[in-house]
Structures are given as C-alpha cells and as structure tokens.
Design a protein around this ligand. Structure first.
Ligand SMILES: NC(=O)c1ccc[n+]([C@@H]2O[C@H](COP(=O)([O-])OP(=O)(O)OC[C@H]3O[C@@H](n4cnc5c(N)ncnc54)[C@H](O)[C@@H]3O)[C@@H](O)[C@H]2O)c1
Length: 326
C-alpha cells in the first residue's frame, strides 16, 4: 500500500513512517517543515508543502491509497493565546485536506487525535465513553476534525481511525529519530535538557494536586507503540473494518516526580527543578483506559517507562554530540 504521511517530518509522524516501511508499505512524506525537521524524514520522498496548498496536495494524493494525518499545531497554551492560528491550521486546512482526499478518491485516513478532546474527564481511567468536552482551542480543533470525519464517514463512506493519544514519549530504539520540538514543552525532554544544562531548570507546575505526591499524573506511551498502532489501524481499515475512535495509552499513570526520578536514575544526573504554580486547565490525572484499543486493534503498548526514558536519553545524547561536532 502507498501511504501519504502528512506531518511525517515531525516527531510522531517520522516514527509512523518507519513503522509503515517495516511492514513493507511505501511511504511518501508531506510536510511544510514548520515544526518538523527534514532530517527526520530522511530516506523517504519528502514533499515540502502545506496542506492548504490543495493543488500540490492533490497531485500527491492521486499517487496514494491512504493517508495518515499528523500535521497540526499542538501547543495547548499557544492555542489559548492565538486560537485563530489553531483553527486555521487544524480546522480550515484540515478540512481542505479531507475534501482533497474525497476529490482524489482516497477513502482511508488515520488521524492524530488527543486525550485533550475529553477536557477534564468525568471518570478515570478515561474510556471512550467519557463525554468529549475540550477545555482549550487545541482540543476543540481536534474534536472538530473528529466530528468532520464522522460526518464524512456517514455521507461519503470515508473510513477513518481517530487515535486519541495520551502523552507520546521516548524515541526510536536506533537513536536516529526522536522528539525535537522548539520550544520544547514536553516533560521528559525538558527535564533532560535541565539535567544536561541545556536549560537552567525545569518548571514543575503544581505540587498540591490531590495525587499521592502532589504532582500531576499522566499516561506516557512510547512513540513506537503509537506508531505500531497506526499501522494496525490502517491495515484493519484496508481489510474492511469500520471507522473507529480509540484511546492510545498504557493504562498506567506516572507522576511528574516519578518521571524526574526515573530520568535522574537513567542519566545519573540531577534534574534542577523550580516549583511553579499550577497551570490553568491542567487536570490532576489523565490516564487511558486502553481496553477498546486492545479489543479492536489487538494491540497493547509493550514498552515500559524504562524503555521510554532510556530511548529518549539516547536520542538526546546523540543530538548533543551532533551539536558539539558541528
Ligand atoms: N506529542 C504528543 O504527545 C501528542 C499527543 C496527542 C496528540 N498529538 C498530535 O499528534 C500529531 C503529531 O504531533 P508531534 O508531537 O509529532 O508534533 P510535530 O510538531 O513534531 O509534528 C507535526 C508535523 O506537522 C507538520 N505540519 C504542521 N502543520 C502543517 C501544515 N499545515 N502542512 C504541512 N505540514 C504541517 C510540522 O512541520 C511537523 O513536522 C499532532 O497532530 C498532535 O496534535 C501529539
């Protein structure tokens, strides 16, 4: 199968591109490299363009069977300050992409959704039964796209998998690709940057949550576990499965303090921490109920927190040594 990986020069998309290739699929990467990096897509055909550039998009869509759509803006705080930017890219350009898929007769799409569509969950662990009530424009933009997919499925027979990730983390075991956001706001790379001195300290947002150690609990899932789930979902759709909306998490949560301890253990360095206040809208705990994914995809995250931190550390050290030698 020929798969267009949109946003394939980004963190998760680049891992999915490799997972597809491992399964024998042909991959074309489409990315405007706004937050991604061309070298993450090396070894693949890379079309450098925006999804809003419908003419270029259609010329590529005519060559593929299916789409994986990772391209989005994805900073919650920025979405509150600049919702226009988020609605333009994630909603308007996203719709342009969906319509282009229809026009080019591409009828299968895997979409990067997020646990942010649930907002502050009613029940933990979070199953797909939780109401979708996003509390920021980023989550709203992802929910809009889910709604559009549902409507296009009913009306036009477009088959989709909306995969609601919890916290993607870790890096490819090869050390060749990994997480590289600028600015980096995710906990594990931020804490590692603080440990190596690449940033002065990491900010710990809130130590007075109703959790055992007072810090927020999140469900960290290894990026290659995520990537594998994408390939499985796509192959199921190709085999005739119905569209699906599924959580991708491990079902196990770790607190910020537990993550910091694990990083200190693996790196053998101290993580300098500055205690800051809670961030508005940060729920105390977000942990997936992974039951539906296990049932529908026959998939389960297999990599542990140790694997996540070890691979992220290996990736970061490689980046540091590349920076030193350049
Ligand atoms: N990282 C996480 O923990 C997480 C959690 C939940 C959901 N997600 C979702 O997963 C997806 C990938 O996240 P990521 O962490 O890999 O981010 P990323 O920024 O590394 O990757 C996104 C890629 O899309 C590209 N892109 C953005 N807008 C584009 C456009 N208009 N046209 C073409 N390319 C465009 C960027 O250049 C980048 O390479 C996003 O949709 C994000 O909302 C991520």
């Amino acid at each position: 199968m020929v798969v267009l990986v949109i946003g394939g020069a980004g963190y998760i998309g680049s891992h999915a591109a490799r997972a597809l290739r491992r399964r024998g699929h042909e991959v074309i990467v489409y990315d405007n490299v706004s937050t991604g990096h061309a070298f993450l897509a090396s070894g693949f055909e890379l079309v450098r363009a925006d999804i809003a550039d419908v003419a270029t998009l259609k010329s590529v869509l005519r060559r593929v069977d299916s789409v994986m759509h990772f391209a989005a803006h994805a900073y919650v705080g920025e979405s509150v300050e600049n919702p226009r930017k988020y609605f333009r890219n994630n909603v308007e350009s996203g719709l342009a992409l969906l319509n282009a898929c229809l026009d080019c007769n591409v009828r299968r799409i895997i979409f990067s959704s997020t646990c942010a569509v649930y907002g502050v969950p009613v029940r933990i662990p979070i199953s797909e039964q939780n109401p979708r009530q996003p509390v920021n424009p980023y989550g709203v933009s992802k929910l809009f796209f889910e709604n559009a997919l549902e409507a296009y499925d009913r009306a036009y027979g477009l088959r989709f998998a909306a995969l609601r990730y919890f916290n993607a983390a870790g890096a490819d075991e090869s050390g060749e690709i990994g997480e590289l956001h600028d600015p980096e706001s995710h906990l594990i790379p931020s804490a590692m940057q603080a440990a190596t001195g690449a940033r002065r300290e990491m900010e710990l947002f809130g130590t007075d949550y109703p959790t055992p150690d007072g810090t927020c609990i999140r469900d960290y899932i290894h990026v290659n576990d995520l990537a594998d789930a994408h390939v499985i979902a796509l192959e199921l759709l190709t085999g005739g499965a119905n569209s699906m909306e599924v959580n991708l998490g491990t079902g196990r949560g770790y607190s910020v303090k537990e993550i910091i301890s694990k990083i200190e253990e693996v790196s053998k360095l101290k993580v300098p921490v500055r205690i800051a206040g809670r961030r508005p809208g940060d729920p105390p705990a977000l942990v997936a109920d992974p039951t539906l994914a296990e049932k529908l995809l026959h998939w389960k995250a297999t990599r542990s927190l140790d694997d996540i931190v070890a691979t992220a550390w290996k990736w970061m050290q490689r980046q540091d040594s590349k920076a030193l030698s350049s």
